[in-house]
Write a protein that binds this ligand. Structure first.
Ligand SMILES: C[S@@+](CC[C@H](N)C(=O)[O-])C[C@H]1O[C@@H](n2cnc3c(N)ncnc32)[C@H](O)[C@@H]1O
Length: 243
């Protein structure tokens, strides 16, 4: 997807990017590729692929959650890696306040430099594990209007990492590739235990060549507070029931 095709496809979905925002996406691409030469950030490097599989894919969250476009939400992105999906969302919707968490400090350093280059304000970068970030004594627990995660873990694990950070009345938006049904089914119990309720699943098509790829966006409402014992401490396996 060429930058002008990216802009046109988004405009069709009601997301209008001006010249300054398009310039920020170009700078994002250039810096990602430059740093990727010595730091493992992404395997996707061709320009048209980055625009489609990282930038456009990240922005598809706004098709499932249209309030992203104009609400002054505080969004938290767990395991953002090179900034996906939160930084494309922040570029497109600058009214968002964004907190990014990643357990790899080199990626946080990259993001800090990127945010400065793009002149973005209202972006907080946290180096740490999600398990500790939203632990019961953490000041980040149940603080966010929206928590996002893309390509971090299976939905049952992801729910345990993300739902504790969502405030009651807020949402968790999980970006999934195809075959999300099995994951969703396996995660139902965990979602309920953590205070969540599946609100909707949106199937979208990423216009890749030669075959389009399916994407699933799962929205989970936070309807009740997460019990204090979640997330479980890292390194501790789940207790097995006695035989
Ligand atoms: C496969 S990458 C995906 C990055 C990005 N979300 C994307 O879609 O391109 C997964 C990222 O999650 C981070 N991560 C994995 N487990 C984590 C945890 N428990 N807490 C915080 N970050 C984590 C990794 O460091 C990595 O940057």
């Amino acid at each position: 997807m060429k930058p002008e095709q990216f802009q046109a496809a988004l405009a069709q979905m009601g997301v209008n990017l001006n010249a300054d925002q398009m310039a920020q996406f170009e700078q994002y691409y250039q810096y990602l590729i430059e740093v990727n030469q010595h730091l493992n950030l992404t395997r996707i490097t061709a320009k048209e692929d980055v625009y489609l599989k990282h930038f456009y894919d990240s922005l598809m969250g706004a098709f499932a959650e249209p309030q992203l476009k104009d609400q002054p939400w505080h969004l938290c992105d767990i395991g953002a890696g090179a900034g996906f999906p939160s930084l494309p969302l922040k570029i497109a919707f600058p009214q968002l306040q964004v907190t990014i968490v990643d357990s790899l400090n080199k990626r946080i350093d990259f993001l800090r430099a990127l945010v400065a280059k793009l002149g973005l304000t209202g972006v907080e970068l946290v180096h740490g594990r999600a398990e500790e970030f939203s632990a019961k004594q953490s000041s980040y627990r149940e603080q966010f209007d929206l928590v996002t995660a893309r390509a971090v873990a299976r939905l049952s694990v992801l729910s345990e990492l993300c739902l504790p950070a969502v405030k009651v009345g807020g949402e968790f938006l999980a970006y999934k590739a195809a075959a999300a049904d099995d994951e969703l089914q396996a995660a139902q119990g965990a979602i309920q235990t953590l205070g969540g309720q599946v609100s909707s699943t949106m199937q979208l098509v990423l216009p890749t060549q030669p075959e389009p790829e399916q994407r699933n966006l799962i929205i989970i409402d936070k309807v009740a507070a997460t019990p204090q014992k979640y997330p479980r401490r890292p390194g501790l396996p789940a207790k097995k029931p006695l035989a």
